[in-house]
Design a protein around this ligand. Structure first.
Ligand code: ADP
Ligand code: ADP
Length: 238
């Protein structure tokens, strides 16, 4: 059984078929690059997987559970199980790095009142461990807004890791980074994939990056999967 089974999945926005009858099986531990031009449907595919949006047709199962049918508490848990990494990092600029990493734990408290944020030693240790994997420990007490884009993205990855995700979904995580920072972020994702055996789906708009890091490439065009296979089989014609 594949970790992720996507079957006949479609999402229509009016007459736009953002995702059009996609069928994919993704094995646990794969590092999959999803490529395609802007508007090809990559981000809609990820948002269907984490149930930010519901499909028009089809299903998505994870470890045999149809996640398109989840409701209430089970749905909230699924969203925590999916780590999401975004192009724009989505950190809270005025809060320090460690607070950003642990932000999922303060969601119930007011994040407006900093006095409400008292983390336990265990939580701090967990955050430090995640930050250490991203070489971001020296920045733990710095405000997120003062960091470079590449540093912010590494904090976002640490934030995702402390959720103990079952799958990691990254939507154009390097699109706004310079090449050096892009490499560091891709290397971090690769390390996490290898060490934690975590399944990673990453949307990329450059084929070269996908070829370099992803064992498997899915190419989308106008919502359809045009190619799905090992990087070396993908020709420039796709
Ligand atoms: P990509 O991530 O590959 O750039 P998207 O998944 O963002 O592609 O978009 C696929 C198509 O669906 C595009 O034509 C886009 O304009 C359209 N689309 C995406 N989200 C919405 C939405 N909420 N409402 C209407 N159209 C949307
Ligand atoms: P990405 O670059 O990641 O594909 P987009 O810039 O296409 O993202 O979309 C960003 C947001 O705008 C998403 O929430 C998407 O649903 C929405 N969106 C994209 N295209 C449209 C559209 N044609 N009409 C309405 N909303 C859209």
């Amino acid at each position: 059984m594949a970790a992720l089974n996507i079957s006949g999945l479609s999402k229509h926005f009016g007459t736009t078929k953002a995702v059009d009858s996609a069928t994919l099986e993704i094995e646990a531990g794969q590092f999959v690059g999803v490529i395609g031009r802007s508007g090809a449907g990559k981000s809609t595919l990820l948002r269907l997987i984490n149930r930010l949006i519901d499909p028009t047709e089809g299903s998505v199962s994870f470890d045999g559970v149809d996640i398109t049918k989840l409701k209430g508490k089970a749905l909230r848990q699924w969203r925590r199980d999916c780590a999401m990494i975004f192009q724009q990092f989505n950190l809270v600029d005025r809060l320090d790095v460690i607070t950003n990493v642990l932000i999922g734990r303060v969601a119930e408290h007011s994040i407006l009142s900093s006095t409400a944020m008292r983390f336990s030693d265990a939580e701090r240790a967990m955050a430090a461990k995640a930050l250490d994997r991203l070489d971001m420990v020296p920045f733990a007490l710095q405000r997120a807004g003062t960091l470079s884009g590449g540093q912010q993205q590494r904090v976002a990855i640490a934030r995702a890791l402390v959720q103990n995700p079952r799958i990691m979904l990254a939507d154009e995580p390097i699109a706004s980074l310079d090449p050096g920072n892009a490499t560091r972020v891709m290397e971090a994702l690769r390390t996490i994939n290898e060490e934690d055996k975590l399944t990673v789906l990453v949307n990329l708009h450059t084929l070269d990056t996908a070829r370099e890091y992803c064992g498997r490439i899915i190419a989308m065009r106008q919502g359809q999967v045009m190619f799905d296979g090992p990087a070396h089989e993908l020709t420039d014609a796709v």
